[in-house]
Design a protein around this ligand. Structure first.
Ligand SMILES: Cc1cc2nc3c(=O)[nH]c(=O)nc-3n(C[C@H](O)[C@H](O)[C@H](O)COP(=O)(O)OP(=O)(O)OC[C@H]3O[C@@H](n4cnc5c(N)ncnc54)[C@H](O)[C@@H]3O)c2cc1C
Length: 393
C-alpha cells in the first residue's frame, strides 16, 4: 500500500469492484480495500440476476454461473400458481463468491491495487484537501490519503455515517432474511420459484433458487418491525418439511436487505456511496447485484469527470445524484411504492393479483415484460386493488 492514491474504494463487493475496475480503466490510481481475507468470503445472497441487467456491465462467464434460468413460478397461499416461460437463459443463479472474485480480479487487471484483510475504520474529509482513510490491517493501523473515495461497504455501511451522512435504516426500512443452502431435493434447475401470501411471509416472500438439479438457496424475508425473530426460522422450516420432507441443510446465512431511502444521501464532498451502502436496491424484490454494478459504475464515472476537470470536485455529489436519478430513479421509486402497497395485501388480494398477472403475462411475448409497467397495469385492472393502490401512481 502506498501513502496516497487518487481513489480509494472501500468494499470489494459488486459495487466496489465494478467502481474500481471502471476507475482504473479510466487511468485513476485506485486502491480497493476489502476487510475479509478473501473477496466473496462471507456472503448472504440468493444469487439470482437477470441476464439483461448483467450484460449492461459484464459478459456472463461460465466460471461464475451456477444455473441458467428460463422460467419463473409464483405460488400464492391458496396454492394457485403461475408458470411463466422466459427466454432461454434469461437469467442465472450465480456462484456469488466466484462472481465477486472475478470482478475484483478484473479491477486488478485494469490496474487497481487490491488489499484484503484491510478494514477501513476511520475517515477524515477535510474540505478542499485530500481525504484520509484509516485502515486496520494485520500489521496494525495504516493511513492513506485519497483525492476521492467511493464507499461500497454494503448494507452495514459505516463509512457513510462516519462522513455524517444519514444512512441509518429504521426497522421499517429493511427486511431480515434467513436462507438455507438445501441439498438432496428434486428441483428444476432452470426455474426460479417465488411464494407469496400470508402462509409464507407476512410482508416479504419466500424463494427457491436452484443451484443445481439437487440443491437450492431457499430463503425468506420478513420485516423485523412486524415480526419477532423466531418467525423466519419457524416459517422456513415449515415450508421445507411440507414441500420436501427429506432434505439436508448444508449451511445457513442471514442478512439484511435495505429499502431504497431516496437519493439525498449519496455522498458528501469527495465521497460517493454506491450499492447497498447507498440503499439503491429494489425495495420490492431485494435485488441489488445489478444495481450495485450500476451505481459502482456511475460513481466511478463521476470521479473520472472530477479528476479530468470536466466537473468541479464540489459538484461531484450532485452530478452523481442526477446520473443515478436519470438511469434508475424512476424504477427505485416505483418499486418502493409497490412494496409499501404489497405489504397491505391479504391472501384474497394476492389471489386476485395472481389471476390478473397470469392473464397479463399470457398476452405478452416471453422476455418483453417491463416489471414497472406490469405492476401498474395489473393493479389498475381490478377495482379492489385500485383502492389499495391509490398512493402508487
Ligand atoms: C439473504 C439475501 C438474499 C439476496 N438475494 C439477492 C438476489 O438473489 N439477487 C440480487 O440481485 N440481490 C440479492 N441480495 C442483495 C445483494 O446481495 C446486495 O444488494 C449486493 O450484495 C450489494 O452489493 P454491494 O457491493 O453494494 O455490497 P456487498 O456485496 O455487501 O459488498 C460489500 C463489501 O464491502 C466489504 N466491507 C464492508 N465494510 C468494509 C470496511 N469498512 N472496509 C473494507 N471492506 C468492507 C464487505 O466485506 C463486502 O465484501 C440479497 C441479499 C440478502 C441479504
Amino acid at each position: 500500500m502506498k501513502r496516497r492514491y487518487q481513489l480509494v474504494v472501500i468494499g470489494a463487493g459488486p459495487a466496489g469492484s465494478y467502481a474500481a475496475l471502471t476507475a482504473a480503466a479510466g487511468g485513476l490510481d485506485t486502491l480497493l480495500l476489502e476487510r475479509d481475507r478473501e473477496v466473496g468470503y462471507r456472503l448472504a445472497c440468493a444469487e439470482a440476476v437477470s441476464l439483461e441487467g448483467m450484460q449492461n456491465f459484464i459478459d456472463p462467464d461460465p466460471c461464475f454461473i451456477a444455473t441458467e434460468i428460463d422460467s419463473i413460478t409464483l405460488t400464492v397461499s391458496s396454492g394457485y400458481r403461475i408458470d411463466y416461460d422466459l427466454q432461454e437463459f434469461a437469467g442465472m443463479v450465480l456462484d456469488r463468491p466466484a462472481f465477486d472474485r472475478f470482478l475484483s480480479e478484473k479491477a486488478v487487471s485494469n490496474g487497481a491495487e487490491l488489499q484484503t484483510e484491510a478494514y477501513a475504520c476511520g475517515l477524515e474529509l477535510p474540505s478542499g484537501n485530500p481525504a484520509k482513510v484509516v485502515i486496520e490491517t494485520e500489521e496494525g493501523h495504516r493511513q492513506v490519503e485519497a483525492d476521492y473515495i467511493i464507499a461500497a461497504d454494503g448494507v452495514e455501511s459505516m463509512i457513510g455515517r462516519m462522513a455524517g451522512i444519514d444512512t441509518l435504516l429504521g426497522p421499517d426500512q429493511n427486511d431480515s432474511s434467513l436462507q438455507y443452502r438445501v441439498s438432496g431435493i428434486d428441483i428444476d434447475p432452470k426455474t426460479l420459484e417465488f411464494y407469496i401470501g400470508e402462509k409464507y411471509s407476512t410482508d416479504g416472500y419466500l424463494w427457491v433458487f436452484p443451484k443445481s438439479d439437487r440443491a437450492a438457496n431457499i430463503g425468506l424475508g420478513l420485516n423485523p418491525a412486524h415480526n419477532d425473530c423466531g418467525e423466519l426460522r419457524h416459517r422456513l422450516d415449515n415450508f421445507l418439511r411440507e414441500k420436501y420432507g427429506d432434505y439436508k441443510i448444508e449451511f445457513e446465512t442471514c442478512g439484511l436487505v435495505p429499502k431504497f431511502l431516496g437519493l439525498n444521501n449519496l455522498g458528501r464532498d469527495c465521497l460517493l456511496l454506491a450499492g447497498d451502502a447507498a440503499r439503491t436496491i429494489d425495495s420490492l424484490t431485494g435485488a441489488g447485484i445489478n444495481r450495485a454494478l450500476h451505481t459502482g459504475k456511475l460513481a466511478a464515472e463521476t470521479v473520472l469527470m472530477a479528476a479530468d476537470g470536466s466537473i468541479n470536485r464540489n459538484k461531484m455529489v450532485s452530478v452523481y445524484r442526477k446520473k443515478v436519478d436519470d438511469e434508475i430513479g424512476r424504477d427505485l421509486r416505483l418499486f418502493k411504492k409497490a412494496h409499501a402497497l404489497f405489504t397491505k395485501f391479504n391472501d384474497e388480494d394476492w389471489e386476485i393479483f395472481a389471476r390478473f398477472l397470469k392473464r397479463y403475462l399470457s398476452e405478452r411475448k416471453a422476455g418483453s415484460v417491463d416489471p414497472a409497467a406490469m405492476i401498474k397495469s395489473v393493479i389498475s385492472g381490478e377495482p379492489r386493488l385500485v383502492r389499495l393502490a391509490r398512493h402508487l401512481f
